[in-house]
Design a protein around this ligand. Structure first.
Ligand SMILES: Cc1cc2nc3c(=O)[nH]c(=O)nc-3n(C[C@H](O)[C@H](O)[C@H](O)COP(=O)(O)O)c2cc1C
Ligand code: SF4
Length: 681
């Protein structure tokens, strides 16, 4: 297939200072939980994106000196020769496919506590660590500033030696340089503080010195926000910033533009739509003649084209769309945009960095496995035999297993008890803000429907006899899980039987089925991820009076890992939901919920007509066990292999279900040895 001429503009080369990008697809800096700890994994992951057609591929934030250390969040670094070699692994892979490699030189300021290096963090002033660690920065004196400028220049030279084509001055995201720019943080009284010109001085010096050091061969880019946190978060542009852009407009070779509010920039689909930054960033191109890149969870080629035609952007910036589908550009180029695996805006990818472990992605199970398991997002080994595989359950695990088995060439039969495919995805994507999650189902169903070797059987609630009578050589059970109605979870380590009349006790499954509580509802969230908060939102929006109780100190506490928590709590507060933290539900008598404080022996009573329990799930594995018994007893002839995957095996996040389905498909009848997995590089 050939590409649609409407998209030709996306494939035009663009000059960035002394280098030329082969097209307009630009992977902006994004971390991945690998960084300095796992350079080979990292290089393979970036290389796959180059193969997939991204024209510019950047590192994550890359420390210039041991005084900028962010462990346990793994970052890149260019402190020495070893780091040059590690980064060269990435640039070589990127160059192999004709893309440019960019590096985002980084200084942490009050956002890095240097827990590995034990260097004193340097700050625009003496201020507390912004990530909450009990440290404070040293206010940089003139010598510190001179040192910083030298370290930055040296790092730029090392970047060139490592093979980078684009070198960033990183002046946003609350790190040191943005603190110098900020009227809120920069209270200096010397020539680096006060007026707009003074606050801009350090960034301007770094641009000029980087250009002087490497500007003949490398492009110099600046990442900077259009606003600065002063005023309201909704205010798109601040005048202060506009003046800064005007002062520096022509200095760098490229502007990478974002906004001060990271939650808006790394927008969850629950709260923001594709292209949310457009209104804020569009003015920058009227100030500079240099190419501009920005972001917005772009997955639609039509949106990309329109932003370029409108003169808002020169490059389509993407972090998450390139994670969910490293081959997004190639799919557009090859005239098959319907094959794009669109990001769903869930931010699970961000949790890797937050937790200090390699990245994972809900949509793309090969993300982070390119090196250690040798998984390619588009290629897969052909089938091991002419066997037939019966997949039972069309939730995320079953759909992904079916898709990948079908891609391998197996004859696959997918049986689903419900009329609609998608399992928990179909249920959850109807909740407020989660519509884009339906892409997890839609991508897979669309792919499967084009495969002649895959048959789908909805409305087929198989029992063990039915399943075995089909005669498949392999049976994989992906029947999901159900929310528990007995209070068991982290707070109650055994079933809590004192929960009042059954018709006043609800679980998320009841809500999915349309069985809704009446009167005032108390939600007991002992799950701590999104669902309790989203259900509270759903009920509150229907006019139900909701009290949200959690043993954690925050609403949706795990959301901290994915930049969701603050917005989740804010949303409930705006909706007038009563929030009681640090309490568990001890019992419910049909009229009152009795709560226990997690710190003391104190209790409190809250009137409620119903309780909704979001605590833990039970795997729906009856069919699996029935099959196991029948296969293990007197099975006539050769017995099929039997496996359970996804929530039916161990309830977890959707990304884990997709991964389980994918892994099953990859490893079926394949010679895979656990000892071959490259865990440590
Ligand atoms: C997992 C992850 C890690 C990120 N790490 C960085 C980083 O190291 N440096 C940076 O400037 N931005 C980082 N970002 C922000 C992205 O560059 C980008 O601005 C943001 O994700 C919005 O773009 P998108 O909608 O295309 O994902 C990160 C984003 C994600 C999702
Ligand atoms: S984890 Fe979610 S947000 Fe991140 S790239 Fe994948 S689908 Fe998008």
């Amino acid at each position: 297939m050939t590409r649609d001429p409407r998209y030709d503009i996306l494939f035009e080369p663009v000059q960035i200072g002394p280098v030329q990008a082969p097209n307009r697809f630009y992977q902006v800096p994004h971390c991945n939980g690998m960084g300095i700890l796992r350079p080979k994994m990292l290089a393979a992951m970036r290389g796959i994106k180059a193969e997939g057609g991204w024209g510019v591929i950047c590192t994550e934030y890359c420390s210039i000196h041991p005084s900028a250390d962010d462990l346990p969040h793994p970052y890149a670094a260019l402190w020495n020769q070893d780091h040059i070699k590690a980064n060269a692994l990435m640039t070589e892979k990127v160059h192999e496919f004709g893309a440019l490699a960019g590096v985002e030189l980084w200084v942490g300021g009050a956002s890095s506590s240097n827990l590995l290096t034990r260097e004193v963090p340097l700050g625009v002033s003496s201020m507390p660590d912004l990530s909450g660690n009990p440290y404070q920065t040293r206010a940089m004196d003139k010598k510190d500033i001179r040192n910083l400028r030298k370290w930055h220049r040296d790092a730029a030279l090392r970047a060139r030696e490592a093979g980078f084509d684009v070198v960033y001055i990183y002046a946003t995201h609350s790190y040191l340089l943005s603190q110098f720019l900020s009227p809120l943080h920069n209270r200096r009284t010397d020539e680096y503080g006060g007026s707009v010109e003074n606050r801009t001085r350090l960034v301007r010096e770094l641009i000029e010195e980087t250009k002087e050091a490497i500007g003949d061969t490398c492009a110099v880019a600046v990442r900077m926000a259009v606003n600065d946190g002063a005023g309201t978060s909704e205010q798109p542009v601040s005048e202060d910033r506009r003046e800064m852009f005007e002062i520096m407009a022509e200095l760098p070779d490229l502007w990478d533009i974002n906004v001060h509010n990271y939650e808006r920039e790394m927008s969850l689909s629950r709260f923001f739509k594709e292209g949310i930054l457009e209104e804020s960033i569009h003015y920058v191109k009227s100030i500079t003649s240099k190419p501009v890149v920005s972001v917005g969870r772009f997955t639609s080629p039509d949106t990309m084209v329109s932003l370029i035609r409108k003169g808002t952007l020169d490059f389509v910036g993407a972090a998450r769309p390139s994670i969910a589908d490293p081959f997004l550009p190639r799919k557009i180029e090859e005239g098959r945009p319907e094959d794009i695996r669109e990001c769903i805006g869930c931010n699970i990818c961000y949790s890797g960095d937050s937790l200090g472990v390699p990245i994972r992605c809900t949509q793309n199970p090969s993300m982070g496995e390119e090196w250690r398991r040798g998984w390619h997002p588009e290629k897969i080994q052909t089938k091991g035999s002419d066997a037939t595989v019966l997949v039972i359950g069309a939730g995320p695990a079953g759909l992904e297993a079916t898709r990948a088995l079908g891609q391998r060439g197996y004859k696959v039969m997918l049986a689903e008890a419900a009329t609609e495919l998608g399992g928990r995805i179909t249920q959850e994507c109807r909740l407020p803000g989660l519509a884009e999650w339906g892409r997890v189902r839609d991508y897979r169903v669309n792919q499967i429907q084009t495969m002649p070797n895959v048959d789908i059987f909805p409305d087929n609630n198989l029992n063990a006899e039915d399943a075995l009578s089909i005669g498949a050589e392999h049976i994989v059970v992906a029947t999901g899980s159900k929310w528990r109605a007995d209070g068991f979870g982290r707070y109650h380590s055994e079933a809590c039987l004192d929960l009042g009349p059954g018709d006043q006790v609800f679980t998320p499954n009841d809500i999915f089925k349309g069985r809704l509580p009446q009167g005032k509802v108390l939600i007991f969230d002992d799950d701590h991820y999104y669902l309790g908060g989203v259900l509270a939102e759903a009920l509150a929006k229907q006019g139900v009076e909701v009290c949200f109780v959690t043993p954690e100190n925050l609403v949706s506490a795990w959301g901290v890992m994915i930049d969701e928590q603050y917005q989740a709590q804010q949303r409930l507060l705006h909706l007038g939901v009563q929030i009681i933290t640090a309490h568990g539900l001890d019992h419910f008598d049909g009229a009152n919920a009795h709560l226990g404080c997690v710190y003391t022996e104190r209790t409190q009573v809250v009137a409620a007509d119903a309780i909704l329990l979001v605590t833990a799930r039970t795997p729906s594995d009856h069919l699996y066990h029935e099959l196991a018994v029948q296969i293990d007893s007197d099975f006539p002839g050769s017995a099929p292999s039997l496996t359970k995957i996804g929530d039916c095996d161990a309830p977890a996040i959707i990304a884990a279900a997709i991964y389980a389905g994918h892994r099953y498909a990859r490893e079926l009848e394949a010679d895979v040895k656990e000892s071959d997995v490259r865990w440590s590089e």
